[in-house]
Design a protein around this ligand. Structure first.
Ligand code: TEU
Length: 562
């Protein structure tokens, strides 16, 4: 079934790093803010996006940059006021842009009033969280967190431990308590009534803890079998949908950790009425071991296999290559730093590979989510050591690896490739000292390559990555086959990938689109068998080729229509 959110292009904003302004209580403080976002709505519209996913702007002590919320219905003064937020909804609407909010309800901040009250064992808020006595001076069970280390923290005042699956400043809420679900419903209503068009739901498949028994041995998160995609979790989602979400014209996209296809199908099956779509991680882990930390060789056929599984397995996909937790895609799958002839500068095929990845992203079936800076090919950061990083996960990982006696050069190599700060450096608007992001020194270092990679230099350049994104988004908007068509894999090897998009029952006048992508720095000559898949007219080439010559240039991608 067609709906507006399936036809949409979503743009994710990480407010802290998007645009600073002089118009908050903390003017020009090197931290992005809501008035800053308002000042950039023209750019978002010009890209062709019509929905913004806003990472958290709520009141927060910022132990995890806003993913630790201390008041769901007020705005962090660093970002502005509720009046600024209301203005953002109104101004965005004038630009034809809707906004979805980040819903972080697995946990709150330990500074949330509910948690502070719950520290008193007699408080009616006690059961909002998961408190348990220790076992002979040890935590209640052997679970570990997503951020490394034990999942329980002892609280002197309470004389008991509380559960936290992320940082110790992020205590988990108790979804066996109906009062917690009622509180969440009120939060949903509050934002929907203000004009939100839906929610991106943080770690939404782990909110319900069925039991607190010890977990099995596990290299990543111990205990996960007791809280991943549990029946109770499905029930909570159905209740939120039935009592609140279905009464508004809105959608939800769930962030689902370590989700498998069967779980995902249940979570976003239209008939079950839980989520509308979800983010999975498999495709970004095809060249990583042990979740996402240790790199291994990229193989295009592995990526095509994973994409085929999800594209065909789910009725509707949320398609993304970047977010605020991931490495920049042009550094990860692309060639931002490869074949570099001049130390400190960009790889020879930075631009080509960024365009090729755009072609990949925007020819998948589903709703595309573009992360700020992706549209200009922003790369991983250029920090020199761990002290320049802010991310709690990078610091936790460094500590853990130190304990395991992993040498410092290896620790840095792995953290460099996977750190969440890769995505969090300030948006590069121009080539000035702070990249046009702020007048003051930003909260996190600006990438030195803002001299070459910035919005201003790409805006009027027909060959830029930005122009390519705009062109492709426009093509996609006018061709429903690129949005709704089936995904059909045709061929892949170590570096080449070919697939087709085709409407069912020959709708769209039987037209199909075929995409061929070269994930390598070599020209690939295509033999008869492979070039046989590539039929039709050349619509677009990332290398600007005007005809199709049975070969793909380094990092070239082509789109054919037949
Ligand atoms: O992320 C969930 C999550 O699993 C990731 O944090 C993952 O563990 C991490 O990226 C490993 O590098 C969500 C948010 O997107 C993230 O920013 C928050 O820190 C986290 O939840 C807790 O709210």
């Amino acid at each position: 079934m067609k709906t507006w959110w399936k036809d949409s292009i979503v743009y994710q904003i990480y407010p802290r790093s998007f645009q600073d302004s002089s118009q908050t209580e903390f003017p020009d403080d090197g931290i992005g803010d809501i008035p800053g976002i308002i000042s950039r709505l023209d750019e978002i519209k010009a890209l062709g996006a019509n929905v913004i996913w806003l990472s958290p702007v709520y009141k927060s002590p910022d132990a995890d940059n806003g993913y630790d919320i201390s008041d769901y219905c007020s705005i962090n003064p660093k970002f502005g006021t509720m009046a600024d937020m209301e203005k953002l909804f109104a101004e965005a609407a004038k630009h034809g842009i809707k906004i979805i909010m980040d819903l972080v309800i697995n946990h709150t901040s330990d500074e949330h009033e509910w948690f502070q009250k719950s520290r008193d064992p007699k408080s009616p808020y006690r059961d909002y969280y998961i408190w348990r006595p220790g076992k002979k001076n040890r935590p209640p069970n052997n679970w570990t967190t997503f951020f490394m280390g034990k999942a329980w923290e002892y609280d002197e005042k309470s004389g008991e431990y509380y559960l936290h699956l992320f940082d110790k400043k992020q205590p988990d809420l108790n979804y066996k308590n109906p009062k917690v679900i009622e509180e969440v419903k009120n939060i949903l209503r509050f934002w929907l009534d203000k004009g939100a068009a839906g929610f991106r739901c943080d770690v939404i498949n782990i909110i319900y803890k069925t039991s607190l028994d010890d977990g099995k041995r596990n290299m990543t998160v111990r205990g996960i079998e007791h809280f991943k995609s549990q029946e109770g979790n499905h029930a909570v989602l159905r209740e939120l949908r039935r009592d609140v979400l279905d009464k508004y014209d809105c959608f939800t996209v769930g962030e689902t950790v370590m989700v498998d296809l069967a779980e995902a199908k249940d979570l976003c099956d239209e008939d079950r009425k839980e989520l509308n779509m979800l983010f999975y991680f498999d495709h970004l882990e095809v060249d990583r071991r042990i979740a996402q930390f240790i790199p291994k060789k990229f193989r295009a056929y592995k990526l095509l296999n994973v994409m085929t599984k999800w594209q065909q397995g789910l009725d509707w996909n949320a398609v993304y290559l970047e977010n605020h937790d991931q490495a920049r895609i042009v550094s990860h799958f692309g060639a931002a730093e490869k074949d570099c002839t001049d130390a400190g500068k960009l790889g020879k095929y930075w631009r080509e590979s960024a365009k090729m990845l755009a072609l990949f992203h925007l020819t998948l079936r589903g709703t595309p989510f573009i992360y700020q800076g992706q549209e200009i090919g922003m790369t991983n950061f250029d920090f020199k050591n761990i002290n320049e990083l802010n991310d709690v996960v990078s610091h936790g990982l460094d500590k853990l690896m130190k304990k395991m006696c992993i040498p410092s050069f290896l620790r840095w190599k792995w953290i460099k490739a996977s750190s969440r700060d890769n995505a969090r450096t300030p948006m590069q608007w121009d080539d000035s000292e702070y990249a046009g992001f702020s007048k003051a020194k930003p909260w996190l270092g600006v990438n030195g390559n803002c001299k070459y990679i910035n919005y201003a230099s790409q805006k009027n350049d027909k060959d830029s990555i930005l122009s390519f994104y705009k062109e492709l988004i426009a093509i996609r908007k006018n061709n429903e086959c690129l949005v709704y068509g089936d995904f059909i894999p045709l061929y892949a090897d170590n570096s080449l990938m070919i697939y087709r998009r085709k409407m069912q029952n020959n709708a769209n006048n039987g037209k199909t689109y075929t995409v061929a992508l070269n994930f390598s720095s070599s020209t690939v000559k295509l033999n008869k068998k492979v070039s046989g898949f590539l039929t039709g007219d050349l619509i677009l080439s990332t290398a600007g080729s005007s005809e199709w010559k049975k070969q793909l240039l380094p990092w070239e991608g082509i789109l054919l229509r037949s």
